[in-house]
Design a binder for this molecule. Structure first.
Ligand SMILES: [Zn+2]
Length: 313
């Protein structure tokens, strides 16, 4: 893993805003469990990142950003952005979707291990680790501090294009330091799972009622997870939206972390149209915790409608 100095340099390069004010008093660990038919999906709060729209977004401008933030009653200019991994429990199986940021972006994230413990999920009990993509805020807790597998009995599932992109040095010839650091962290996250890596194509089954959905653009193999049971559906769409108050209203707006910005925008447009038309419930890795909701078409964009609290479990 990179040193603390490298991490701080990385954070500065990414326009990530330190959230020091969270130090005095913080929330308890975030765990929210709900059902999708016979399947249990638990959202866990790894923490928050401060994202600065004016510095990170393309296809918008500071005036528009300020107007949309004001309309959402969000104090700008930086936005506290959730990092949400999930646990899926079905048919005796336990899957973890994504690994949070660990220490990669400072002390306001890296709570996944504590959240798993609070949810009663031991790392040894996890049989499948699903990786939406290999960015550092999604793989942090895959490994221990000394680089070993943090989930000793889990196989690692991800899309072949994701694994191929980050592990081929030819893709990073002449890349800047930030991109090289991302690639190094991606390879370090995968390495201890090399002998139980299960690359999974679009539509591939991860567990009964749970399948991978390839959503390329943000990264080449960026993928969501579709959960289907007893007539209910939930799409964990990973990083389709990073800054909700702006990108739901203006889905063509892209973010600096998108590897292929036109494809990321096209995939976002396609997914938003599908879930709005078919009224599919979604959950997003960077939607405000616990991140469940529906999407409604409004004018030239969309609006996010959070799901009601689930009292049934
Ligand atoms: Zn992310």
């Amino acid at each position: 893993m990179p040193s603390r100095r490298e991490v701080l340099a990385l954070s500065a390069a990414l326009s990530l805003v330190p959230l020091a004010r969270l130090g005095a008093a913080t929330q308890v660990v975030g765990v929210y469990r709900r059902g999708v038919g016979e399947i249990t999906v638990t959202a866990l709060l790894d923490g928050v990142l401060g994202l600065h729209p004016d510095q990170l977004l393309s296809g918008s401008d500071p005036e528009t950003n300020a107007r949309l933030l004001r309309a959402a009653f969000v104090a700008g200019p930086a936005i506290d952005t959730s990092i949400n991994p999930y646990v899926i429990e079905t048919a005796g199986r336990t899957l973890v979707v994504d690994g949070g940021a660990a220490g990669a972006f400072g002390p306001t994230a890296g709570n996944l291990p504590a959240a798993l413990a609070a949810a009663g999920v031991a790392p040894e009990a996890v049989d499948t680790l699903v990786c939406s993509h290999l960015h550092p805020d999604h793989v942090g807790a895959f490994t221990t501090a000394d680089g070993a597998a943090a989930f000793p009995n889990a196989e690692l599932r991800l899309h072949p294009a994701e694994h191929g992109f980050w592990t081929d040095p030819a893709n990073f010839a002449g890349a800047d330091d930030q991109t090289l650091a991302f690639a190094q962290m991606a390879r370090a996250a995968v390495a201890p799972y090399a002998d139980r890596l299960h690359l999974t194509e679009d539509g591939g089954e991860l567990a009964p009622g749970v399948s991978l959905v390839h959503l390329p653009g943000h990264t080449p193999g960026h993928s969501g997870v579709m959960v289907s049971s007893a007539g209910q559906e939930l799409l964990l769409w990973a990083d389709i939206v990073h800054i909700g108050p702006i990108q739901f209203a203006r889905p063509a707006v892209t973010i600096a972390f998108d590897v292929d910005q036109p494809l990321a925008a096209a995939t976002r447009a396609r997914v938003l149209d599908r879930v709005a038309t078919d009224r599919v419930e979604i959950a997003g890795a960077h939607i405000d915790f616990p991140s469940f909701g529906h999407v409604e078409a409004v004018g030239t964009g969309y609006r996010f409608v959070p799901s009601r609290w689930d009292h049934q479990l």
